[in-house]
Design a protein around this ligand. Sequence first.
Ligand code: XMP
Length: 518
Amino acid sequence: MSNTEHPVLVVDLGAQYAQLIARRVREAHVYSEIVPSTITAAEVAAKAPGAIILSGGPSSVYEPGSPSIDTAIYDLGIPILGICYGAQLLARDLGGTVEATGRGEYGRTTLAVSAADHLLASWPDEVTVWMSHGDAITAGPAGSVSLASTPEAPVAAFSDEARRIFGVQFHPEVAHTDRGQELISTFLHDLAGLAPTWTNVSIIEQEVAKVQAQVGDAKVLCALSGGVDSAVAAALVHKAIGDQLTCVFVDTGLMRSDEGAQVEETFLNQFHIDLIHVRAADRFFDALAGVTDPERKRKIIGELFIRIFEEVARDLGAGTGGEGPKYLVQGTLYPDVIESGSGHAANIKSHHNVGGLPEDLDFELCEPLRALFKDEVRAVGEELGLPEHIVWRQPFPGPGLAVRIVGEVTPERAEILRNADAVVVDEIKKAGLYRKLWQSFAVLPAVRTVGVMGDGRTYAYPIIIRAVTSDDAMTADWARLPYDVVETIANRLINEVEGVNRVALDVTSKPPGTIEWE
Ligand code: XMP
């Protein structure tokens, strides 16, 4: 039975955990989709799911207006696992009881296993789990058996094997819960009978078939940014349709060190993809001359990028109704298209889609990563043979170095920043921190300061080191880089990068700061 024909539906009951649960299901090699809690039983039935997982949520099941699900879903005979709030909902709706005990449990707790069976098959007597609840289940659904308890949760896990309805008060999806992933696998594979067939290879086969079916023998265009999403999308589409694909890499003069060369090396030399490398730095610097306002800079870059892309597309015959490209590849990912618990589509950060779409060219979109999470995109990229430095590259903004150059963007200032950035990244990699950090880069402010080097006075730019940890870029913490790494970076920046005589460290989290400086 194919995963995608029978997805596991993760019902989002309002916590931040639904995406994490969906990812854990996929790590168990079963395809998952997130659906809003407003989904009806008929809509669920139409999706023919292999199983349903009810997520956690911040509310109390007895609060007026707290999220519920269509109770007819319980009668569809589909295996259900409730997690935290989801488990309480099962208890409330199916003849159990949930009570406000007045003492919640938040964080690490010891689970006492009373029946190492079903969901908790062969678990030891005590297991560390992660809890976050105010109310507690005091009786599971009618007909269920209790499997475990904690000091504040009399029924911390229950099972009704006949109806295939299961619940846990703790959070198996978080890393702090021992055996959490095992529990999810047990539910999916053993209790719901779903085969672990969602693998990198099967993802690629499936997406390749979809792309082939979608585009037929039409020509397809893809704008490569140097980032992982567009790179993996291009490699996947190339696997599907070979030389029907043309990639366009616009060098804005605002790319990271070596970025253009690496894109050429990978896509042209290794993959033999038809690649058009547009060297447009002069046009971007001309357009940016004298501009200091951050939003103006972004707008200028975005618009010029579209214009250049459009020129290339027209040269290739797009929009003429003839043989030119009809499809445009976009690296849209699953988190961009998930509907949230409230039923509203997630906001796509519009300013993050530099390039946009030349509207009058009438392209149809080809989005081969639309079903994937970022970690899956990386795994697929590796499977397709993309090099590590592309697959594991940290995120980079569409407007490139321009949003890290405060004040005017000139070729000289871009060069200083590019050289400084290469030093920061090099040392972060040498320290083994590159993959642990969300982003780590250099920023060039619009001030110069006095220094002394050798016998002479200098008057040059400072470089600011910006390094953050984050899960999704919505919030971020400044990274506590080891002082010896900071020191090495500072020494190298001052000694090796012409035009730099001082180094500072940005210790601002987001909020209140943003990750980029503009
Ligand atoms: P901020 O600076 O808003 O950035 O905290 C959040 C994340 O988004 C990236 N970023 C962009 N990405 N086009 C993009 O494709 C953009 O215009 C853009 N601006 C910021 C930033 O690098 C960080 O990962």
